[in-house]
Design a binder for this molecule. Structure first.
Ligand SMILES: Cc1cc2nc3c(=O)[nH]c(=O)nc-3n(C[C@H](O)[C@H](O)[C@H](O)COP(=O)(O)OP(=O)(O)OC[C@H]3O[C@@H](n4cnc5c(N)ncnc54)[C@H](O)[C@@H]3O)c2cc1C
Length: 362
């Protein structure tokens, strides 16, 4: 097999092909922008076509009319504080854990790389990480859990959810919750940024949160700790976050994302409920409210059964239609220049992140 997709710009980097190859002939390798793509070892390939079968990209359309829309906010104030929006993820995960299930979500490892883990402890999965998460061996772990009769909730970007759905088709014990997603940034660009923070603050990066809730600001504060010092920056003034918000650093496939529709064949679609002030002024207090779109009857039942733990109100779909549910991010001309600068290394082999932040992060 020459390659899986004719147009690699359409590759989501979901790793389903890599996991599913029976010959172990596919490896994920980073390109010069720092995104991972499958590379086939032609000598090992047995041309079975399994990689093409599981790839969600040629058949990405998972449209299914949505069943219900909710504005959701967990009642536990500590949990609300720890969540990016209204805590819908924790609420749903709590329901699945109550069934004896396991949760799969994105977390930082000890080197601040973003990876999916499968666990009962969901605390590392909380908070948005605006970097492409590696799925790696998670398919194998989900497969084993499903074989053992466990219920599994997979949470991730829509393309990741679709990829998991294709690898485990028709699996009743598998629940899917997709975040509303504007796009992901490259893992290597993120790593360079972490190294840059360590360099300028002269210490080890201990923690980083792109969306912390400080002074009821709808989680618009970046907070990170290097060494003994903790630093705070308004999300809209933080150059790294601004580059993301300006959609200059996304994976190529994000600019033609086919999942920008509210109705998808997943149990849940969850995001920030932007526009909540038009419907429920009392929820527009900066503490965060989740938008939850249920795509299955069982998802609707789960949410409806959580009224003791959360403030759950029906939401008007017309209010909920934010950009990531309507059309993909736009690839501006500056992206090409940013990526050119990223690929250009300094004499000591680093990337000049300071220059990138200065040129594109204002
Ligand atoms: C890259 C990205 C882009 C987003 N874009 C939008 C948007 O345009 N509009 C919008 O309304 N909401 C967007 N969100 C979703 C939103 O920021 C919150 O993650 C969501 O509302 C869940 O918040 P919560 O309060 O329920 O719980 P939290 O506890 O904060 O939920 C975290 C959830 O996000 C998942 N997650 C975190 N980082 C990643 C990642 N890198 N890859 C895959 N899954 C991840 C975790 O697995 C967990 O399920 C985006 C999130 C991410 C990660």
């Amino acid at each position: 097999m020459q390659q899986i997709l004719e147009n690699t710009k359409k590759c989501f980097g979901c790793e389903a092909c890599c996991y599913s190859c029976p010959a172990g002939a596919i490896e994920m390798k980073a390109d010069k922008e720092g995104f991972y793509y499958p590379v086939i070892d032609q000598a090992a390939c047995i041309d079975c076509g399994r990689c093409r079968e599981v790839c969600p990209s040629p058949d990405p359309y998972v449209f299914k009319p949505e069943i219900s829309y909710y504005a959701v906010r967990v009642k536990d104030q500590e949990l609300l504080q720890k969540s990016t929006s209204g805590g819908a993820f924790s609420l749903i995960a709590g329901g699945i854990l109550g069934m004896g299930g396991l949760i799969c979500g994105a977390s930082y490892d000890e080197d601040h790389k973003v990876k999916h883990i499968l666990a009962e402890d969901i605390s590392p999965m909380r908070k948005s990480k605006y970097v492409q998460s590696t799925l790696g061996d998670i398919f194998g772990k989900i497969g084993e859990a499903l074989k053992d009769g466990r219920t599994v909730l997979f949470t991730g970007t829509p393309c990741q959810c679709h990829s998991v759905k294709r690898v485990f088709p028709g699996s009743e014990n598998l629940w899917l919750a997709s975040i509303i997603c504007r796009g992901v940034q490259s893992p290597l660009y993120w790593q360079e940024y972490c190294r840059y923070l360590e360099k300028i603050h002269n210490g080890n990066l201990k923690s980083y949160c792109a969306r912390e809730k400080v002074k009821m600001d709808d989680a618009h504060t970046v907070v990170y700790t290097v060494g003994q010092e903790t630093y705070q920056n308004n999300y809209m003034k933080d150059p790294f976050s601004r580059i993301y918000s300006k959609e200059l650093s996304l994976r190529p496939s994000c600019y033609s994302c086919p999942y920008t529709t509210p109705g998808k064949d997943f149990d849940f679609t969850i995001g920030d409920y932007w526009g909540v002030e038009k419907e429920y002024a009392d929820l527009a207090d900066g503490k965060g409210t989740s938008l939850v779109i249920c795509g299955s009857a069982r998802a609707d039942r789960l949410i409806s059964s959580c009224s003791e733990k959360a403030d759950i109100r029906s939401a008007d779909p017309a209010n909920a239609l934010q950009p990531a549910l309507v059309s993909p991010a736009k690839e501006g001309i500056l992206r090409k220049f940013l990526m050119k600068d990223f690929a250009c290394k300094t004499p000591d082999g680093d990337c000049d992140i300071a220059l990138i932040l200065k040129k594109y992060g204002n």
